[in-house]
Design a binder for this molecule. Structure first.
Ligand code: CUA
Length: 313
């Protein structure tokens, strides 16, 4: 089964992954056996009972009880096994252990925010301790998203105005990719994040230092890093190319025409407003789709992003 897993599935890096894979293989192998068996039977019978001469007459067969019971009972047993197995796995997957470490998740078009107990918010980076159950409590700021971590075999829809949750226990230190699996607009396919699994000790250290790591960084450098870290570059290029939002190149102090015809100079106040209340004013020719960064970027970080944009002339 391990060989088959390696061939068909991503690596199994959570405590529940193997049980989920076992059921997957059972359904898969059973289906292949039935497919091959039925195909061989069809070919064999169509050869065996082929028309041999012009006066061949097909016999009238009303029914065959033994055969009918067999082909009803065998699939019934298979379906019951799949149901029982799947249901117990499902119950396990929707019941997080009581001591699970909780992390809040907010899906926005098109990024993932992870909120920790310390108040720290990381964008598109989920940091978790190894060998400890983690419960994600999730909601969306706008439309439907869906959080999917293939290595952990967990996936759950993320909805506006309602909480959903999932849990997993990572078994290996390392990185795993996180996808959005609900089509949510233009940059849906870029709505990616990474799960970083740390040792218990490293995770504590990360939690303590995550917010302060940028303290003594040069503003322009910090701004550039924040633009990547907060996924601004998913929609705003730095080289003049047009993505979902206006490019940052040449933005600083340029004259911008808004949807309502108003002309605005892109100064500090305009950029700050665009970050905190992105839908207050929309550039002509663009859609009001940017999420607000109020609460996830502080003043120093906003200043740093403005300093970085200033350098993109
Ligand atoms: Cu979010 Cu697709």
């Amino acid at each position: 089964m391990n060989r088959l897993s390696e061939f068909m599935l991503p690596p199994a890096k959570s405590t529940t992954a193997e049980a989920t894979d076992a059921l997957f293989h059972f359904i898969n192998v059973t289906s292949v056996i039935l497919l091959v068996g039925i195909t061989i039977a069809i070919l064999y019978f169509s050869w065996k009972y082929r028309r041999r001469s012009d006066d061949d007459v097909t016999p009238v067969i009303a029914h065959n009880s033994k055969l009918e019971i067999t082909w009803s009972v065998i699939p019934l047993i298979l379906v019951l096994i799949v149901f029982g197995w799947g249901f117990s796995g499902y119950l396990n997957l929707i019941t997080p252990p009581d001591d699970a470490y909780e992390i809040r998740v907010v899906g926005k078009s098109w990024l993932w925010e992870f909120h920790y107990e310390t108040g720290h918010v990381s964008v598109n980076e989920l940091h978790v301790p190894v060998n400890r159950p983690v419960k994600l409590i999730m909601s969306s700021d706008d439309v439907l998203h869906s959080l999917y971590i293939p290595d952990y075999r967990v996936k759950m829809d993320v909805l506006p105005n309602r909480y959903t949750s999932l849990w997993f226990e990572a078994t290996e230190i390392g990185e795993s990719i996180i996808f959005c699996t609900e089509y949510c607009g233009t940059a849906h396919s870029n709505m990616l994040a990474t799960a970083y699994v740390h040792s218990a000790e490293d995770f504590e250290t990360w939690l303590e230092t995550a917010g302060s790591a940028d303290d003594d960084m040069d503003p322009v450098e910090l701004g550039e890093r924040l633009v990547t870290r907060n996924a601004c570059n998913t929609c705003h290029s730095a080289d003049g190319s047009r993505l979902t939002g206006p490019t940052f190149q040449g933005l600083w102090m340029s004259e911008r025409t808004m949807e309502d015809g108003e002309v605005v100079t892109a100064d500090e106040n305009y950029i700050r407003e665009s970050i905190l209340e992105p839908n207050a004013r929309i550039n002509q020719g663009y859609d009001p789709v940017m999420p607000s960064y109020a609460g996830s970027l502080n003043d120093r970080q906003i200043d740093a992003i403005i300093e970085y944009i200033k350098t993109l002339q």
